[in-house]
Design a protein around this ligand. Structure first.
Ligand code: PMP
Ligand code: GLU
Length: 423
């Protein structure tokens, strides 16, 4: 038989590390092993019953929907973002997809130019660019800057790039660090973007899980002519498996939307009709759903802060989270010990050893584009029973560390195990 020939741009692609680790942990748990799962970012809360009901009621909807997505849903998203973020998205410039991941991929496929990301950044941006046969340009950020890019770093990189157009992907609140860009920081980055013709892809999938409490203006506010916003139901509405996301931009970028509509029509056609109808309820602004999202965010904040304080007291270096459900502790203070006792030299060694020795699952910083010898890992803060903790949280005025230890015991046990491991 002839050798099977595969596309050279994807032949070396491996399964995305987040999904791979989640499957591994599930298998270990099925075999009866006790694993502390700090390796996967899935919101553990139930989907709000009103959204579930909307899905049930629309299960008979069977027609293909328009490639841009259901008009009613795009109108609701437009109203929701006007209300929550003061973004003025015209429904004609919104496109619905099966998760924002797919739309990010399609946008990166459609846009010409060098793609710039901060390191660390989410695992999938790089491979998505590689699939297109291109490479990403990284800006290596610093812990003392809370792993955020500084305008001059972007400027320095832009000066070396020859492509006429550039694309910067910024995710705030951030996966993997939990940090949030302030309006001031966004304004300063936008100045550089304008100077060097940089399009911003603002990945706002965690925008409603922001612990700082103050409303942000965001990239779209300062730079509507060249900002693309992506978001969806996966994180704020705890509905990752629904696979509903959207991409929005301004009229100045309507040629992109037109191009994406054609791409969609030749690929996935449209997101399933029942899910889009459920999305109409999710983005309706219903006060019960909004309160629910607010309460879930409080729990994300309490668990993020719990882990942050435990990690700081153990001697790790990391920024305090301002949103999302991740932390990126650095084990640099333990480098000598880890090398001597466990032959740990890379973040890959570190995550493998934590899993094999103490059953704590985390992802290595190298998957987030940091140099392999940086002893950091990404920790997700969501290994608890969402339905149960939500009910308990309604009885407590303040979500204290005791509350987390009682209702998210795996977070405590994982910290205890790490502490013993380093002792
Ligand atoms: N961006 C970031 C930073 C993420 O963590 C995720 C994780 N799911 C996504 C985008 C994609 O989300 P979805 O496809 O579920 O909308
Ligand atoms: N975004 C989640 C994470 O970083 C998981 C889902 C995914 O990667 O698509 O863990």
């Amino acid at each position: 038989m002839e050798e099977l020939l595969l596309n050279k741009d994807i032949i070396e692609l491996k399964e995305s590390s987040t999904l791979w680790l989640n499957t591994l942990v599930k298998e270990m748990r099925q075999k009866g092993e006790c694993v502390y799962h700090l390796g996967f970012g899935q919101s553990p809360f139930p989907v709000h019953p009103k959204i579930v009901e909307a899905l049930r009621e629309s299960s008979h909807e069977k027609d293909y929907l328009p490639t841009l997505g259901l008009l009613k849903l795009r109108e609701k998203i437009s109203e929701f973002y006007k209300e929550q973020f003061n973004y003025k998205f015209n429904p004609d410039n919104i496109i619905i997809g099966p998760g924002s991941k797919e739309l990010l991929f399609q946008a990166l496929f459609a846009l010409d130019g060098t793609v710039i990301i901060p390191a660390p950044s989410w695992v999938s941006y790089g491979p998505q660019v590689n699939i297109r046969g291109k490479h990403i340009s990284r800006i290596l950020t610093k812990l003392e800057n809370n792993y955020k890019i500084r305008p001059f770093e972007l400027e320095n990189l832009c000066q070396t790039l020859t492509s006429k157009q550039k694309i910067l992907i910024i995710n705030s609140p951030n996966n993997p660090t939990g940090t949030v860009y302030s309006d001031r920081e966004i304004k300063d980055i936008v100045k550089v973007c304008k100077k060097y013709n940089v399009i911003v892809i603002s990945d706002e999938i965690y925008a409603q899980i922001d612990f700082t409490g103050n409303k942000k203006k965001g990239f779209f506010h300062y730079y509507p002519e060249r900002t693309i916003v992506t978001a969806g139901l996966s994180k704020s509405h705890s509905a990752g498996g629904y696979r509903l996301g959207f991409l929005a931009s301004s009229k100045e970028m309507s040629s992109l939307i037109k191009c994406l509509a054609s791409l969609v029509s030749e690929t996935f056609s449209a997101v399933s009709a029942p899910i889009q109808n459920a999305g109409v309820m999710a983005y309706s602004g219903d006060s019960e759903i909004m309160e629910y999202i607010g309460q879930c965010s409080k729990i994300h904040r309490a668990s993020g802060y719990y882990l942050y304080h435990r990690f700081i007291s153990m001697g790790f270096l990391l920024p305090k989270p301002g949103g999302a459900f991740y932390l990126m502790p650095s084990f640099e203070n333990f480098r000598k010990k880890l090398q001597k006792k466990y032959q740990i030299f890379t973040s890959d060694d570190l995550s493998k050893t934590l899993l094999s020795e103490i059953k704590v699952a985390v992802l290595p910083a190298t998957d987030f584009y940091l140099p392999s010898d940086w002893l950091c890992c990404r920790v997700a803060t969501v290994d608890y029973n969402g339905a149960k903790i939500y009910q308990e949280s309604l009885k407590s005025k303040v979500l204290t560390e005791d509350f987390i230890e009682k209702n998210a015991p795996n977070l405590k046990l994982a910290c205890d195990a790490i502490q013993n491991f380093l002792a």
